[in-house]
Write a protein that binds this ligand. Structure first.
Ligand SMILES: [Fe+2]
Ligand SMILES: [Fe+2]
Length: 496
């Protein structure tokens, strides 16, 4: 059960409660309980808000600096608390999806990757809990922080907030697919928030990004190793790609989104930073979008009578910086997809070297394929190349044939039984720990160890609910007494 009113009032409480969390979800191996957790706040290059309505002002330090006003009915602080809540939810959610995979780790190296990722995601969850309990500090933020530790991946009413964080990861192809596709969306979000208008959010993101880079590298390397192993049929790997790539696209949000505009105006998420020295913002908008996505946006804008309000006023004909800011997610997802495109070129070179001639190439699915709400493509039928499929029935068959199935599971068990189905790494991504720099501020350094006790030994919300029930019961007994009194008083007055 998730908090409706928080008992957690500080980051100290949150830290204590997170030990209960680790035990409750089974993250109790020595590599986790013996790991040092901490809050790290890094130093941004400058102190100016870079974009949006408050551009040029100093970054906001806390609630006293937040601008007044409402955006879609919500205040600045509410929008911020929600953002931290969603980010934190994915961090803890992914831990729950990966719990226990260490038992099936193909090698010590894979086990090390997994446990490093879990430790760092847990720390990222801390970082968001810290932001909520120490920076935002509203009643909603305390409740949200407590709920971060009470929601559970895949668990009905108390499930994690985003669908992609509610499917358990069952095997190591899933693990590396998760790192390559889902964590990479995390990387997109962190990259945007690292330039936010709120100082401690930006400072949190900068160190998180240093760690996140290793998760992404591990995912990419996992694919290289699975291909170099030469044993995993590429058509099976393709099915995992077909499942995970669209989930990764979906995590970026709708290609046209009012939230994107609000985040932009508030200085929270802007244009994706140019990777090189040359800015893409002055270049034609066409270049800032995935080719198919741009074609579809432009086509739908021309025919917006058929396609509705979402495709009006896109402003795609000038330079990128002038586009309708509701399209910013479309640009972020394009950068995400382009990074994957370059990986897939490398993967296909490896397939040529390590698999028999004639093995089909690995295809990165089109941005149109198998999308869900709030994508503009939700409900539309395309194949992985982005070619329309005419009937729903044909599409459903296509999906069944091209996503991982029960039968594939049986075939995979045979692959996993071969000890070297995944090749050893060419380099150790986790050779050195992520460096804390002298300009970083480090707080709450903690090693729980396996003997440390915590004052929280159960779900606080469940406990609060029980207490309330008891209070209601005793009130009921008491108030029935009250009624009795009133009854006698009434009788008395009658007799009078
Ligand atoms: Fe993370
Ligand atoms: Fe990550």
């Amino acid at each position: 059960m998730v908090a409706s009113k928080a008992e957690i009032r500080s980051f100290d409480d949150f830290r204590e409660y997170s030990l209960w969390y680790l035990r409750d979800v089974g993250l109790t191996v020595p590599e986790i309980l013996g790991n040092e957790f901490k809050i790290v706040l890094a130093k941004p290059k400058d102190d100016e808000i870079e974009f949006g309505d408050f551009a040029g002002q100093k970054r906001f330090r806390g609630p006293e600096d937040f601008p007044d006003g409402e955006w879609n009915g919500r205040s600045y602080i509410e929008i911020l608390a929600n953002l931290a809540n969603i980010q934190g939810d994915t961090e803890f959610g992914s831990n729950e999806q990966q719990v226990g995979l260490w038992e099936s780790a193909p090698s010590d190296y894979d086990r090390k990757i997994l446990l490093s990722v879990i430790n760092e995601e847990f720390r990222h969850g801390w970082q968001m809990g810290f932001f909520e309990t120490d920076v935002i500090r509203t009643e909603e933020a305390f409740t949200a922080a407590q709920s971060l530790l009470e929601r559970r991946s895949g668990s009905g009413e108390d499930a994690r907030l985003l669908g992609a964080f509610n499917n358990p990861i069952k095997d190591w192809i899933g693990m590396y697919s998760f790192l390559e596709f889902m964590d990479r969306d995390g990387g997109s979000q962190l990259t945007l928030l690292a330039r936010s208008a709120v100082m401690d959010l930006t400072r949190s993101m900068l160190f998180m990004l240093r760690e996140e880079a290793k998760h992404l590298r591990s995912g990419e390397q996992g694919f290289e190793r699975m291909i170099r192993g030469g044993k995993l049929p590429i058509e099976l790997l393709q099915k995992y790609v077909n499942l995970f790539a669209p989930l990764g696209y979906d995590l970026h949000g709708g290609e046209r989104s009012t939230n994107a505009l609000i985040y932009y105006k508030l200085g929270l998420k802007g244009f994706y930073p140019s990777p090189g020295r040359e800015s893409y913002l002055e270049r034609p908008a066409r270049e800032a979008f995935d080719r198919q996505l741009f074609e579809d946006l432009a086509h739908r804008e021309l025919n917006n009578r058929d396609h509705g309000y979402k495709f009006v006023d896109l402003n795609l004909n000038g330079p990128t910086q002038d586009i309708n800011k509701e399209l910013l997610n479309g640009i972020t997802v394009t950068f995400y997809k382009r990074a994957l495109e370059s990986h897939f070129q490398k993967f296909n070179d490896l397939i040529k070297q390590h698999h028999p001639t004639g093995t089909p190439e690995l295809v990165l699915p089109s941005i149109r394929f198998h999308r869900d709400r709030p994508s503009i493509y939700a409900g539309e039928c395309y194949d992985i190349h982005g070619k329309p499929i005419e009937s729903q029935a044909v599409y459903e068959r296509y999906i069944a044939d091209n996503l991982p199935s029960e039968n594939d599971q049986a075939r995979l068990q045979e692959v996993f039984a071969e000890p070297d189905w995944i090749a050893p790494p060419e380099m150790d991504v986790y050779k050195t720990p992520t460096k804390v720099q002298s300009t970083d501020e480090v707080l709450y350094q903690t090693v729980f160890g396996d003997r440390r006790s915590t004052r929280y030994t159960f779900n606080l919300s469940t406990a609060a609910e029980k207490r309330e029930q008891e209070a209601r019961k005793s009130k009921a007994t008491k108030s029935s007494g009250d009624e009795g009194q009133a009854f006698w008083a009434f009788m008395d007055s009658e007799t009078d």
